[in-house]
Design a protein around this ligand. Structure first.
Ligand code: HEC
Length: 269
């Protein structure tokens, strides 16, 4: 009898848990929560159901002495295993890797501001130099000995070898996380955006640039729904420096694997 009502209890609350979990997942999907969160919401609903099942479960026989101690330890071991096992079953994010990505993005921006500072200093040196020359002229006209003005010109050398450009472009592909939506070389974006392996045969560098800066200017054939919803983010013109877009475009233009069916781009406006 008690056995039966326990089963009934588990069934009833289990089903309620699944229904609430499903509602949460649908809601989380509609509000664009990442997949991990959808799984987590479902797990919380099941956890809640489990607690309610426990509340109505028949009381256990009272344990005493060493038996009680052993039961307590076993209970903690099971609890720890369930928690660590469950947590490691979820996708893992390595904070060091994420930090590395952010550092890379920031490094270039920092270098740019350093360069900016250098330019200000160079301008100041030039102004001082001109004043020195003017003073020199004045002294000369007064008949003083010629004062030598020594010019020191710092040279700023920046160059990227041609071979590096594609590697830098690939780095942008990764830093800007295009792979979240686009599959390339069999890796990344499962469903949201077109596969990229042959995009270099379909779009010119200028067209690629336009698509990245203004996603609404082109639409991948067959992706009408995603295009209308504006799935491809309209943020790269704000996020990326020109030189970063240049190398990314060069990288994309080099993707010419004709064995892969990259959707045809259609000019929109
Ligand atoms: C959040 C998802 C998402 C991200 C991130 C994303 N895209 Fe897209 N992209 C799409 C979708 C969806 C389409 C197809 C609809 C369209 O054309 O707007 C698309 C289309 C394209 C196309 C046209 C492809 C074709 O076959 O016509 C190119 C090129 C492109 N994306 C490049 C990029 C680059 C480069 C990045 C990274 C800087 C990027 N995308 C980031 C979703 C994304």
């Amino acid at each position: 009898m008690a056995q039966q009502s326990l089963m009934g209890n588990i069934m009833k609350k289990g089903i309620i848990g699944v229904i609430i979990g499903a509602i949460l997942v649908v809601f989380a999907k509609m509000t664009h929560f990442p997949f991990v969160f959808q799984v987590m919401f479902f797990m919380y609903a099941m956890l809640g159901a489990f607690v309610f099942i426990l509340l109505d479960a028949p009381t256990m026989k009272r344990l005493e002495g060493p038996k009680a101690a052993i039961a307590l330890v076993v209970f903690y071991v099971i609890l720890s295993l369930v928690f660590t096992g469950g947590a490691s079953g979820l996708p893992q994010y390595d904070p060091e890797i994420e930090k590395g990505k952010i550092d890379k993005i920031l490094k270039r921006r920092k270098a740019m501001t350093e360069q900016g500072k250098a330019e200000v200093l160079i301008a100041r040196v030039k102004a001082l130099d001109e004043r020195a020359i003017a003073i020199d002229k004045k002294l000369n006209s007064l008949g003083a000995d010629k004062i030598e003005v020594v010019e020191e010109v710092g040279s700023v050398a920046t160059s990227a070898g041609g071979d590096d450009i594609l590697a830098l472009g690939k780095e942008q592909w990764e830093l800007q996380e295009c792979y979240n939506c686009h599959k390339l070389g069999g890796e990344g974006g499962k469903k949201r955006g077109p596969i990229m392996d042959n995009i270099g045969s379909l779009m010119t560098p200028a067209q690629l640039r336009e698509k990245i800066l203004y996603p609404k200017t082109w639409m991948a054939e067959g992706f009408d729904k995603q295009y209308k919803k504006g799935k491809m983010p309209d943020k790269y013109k704000d996020l990326m420096f020109d030189e970063e877009i240049d190398v990314l475009v060069a990288f994309l233009a080099s993707l010419k694997d004709t064995s892969v069916d990259t959707p045809k781009p259609i000019k929109m406006n």
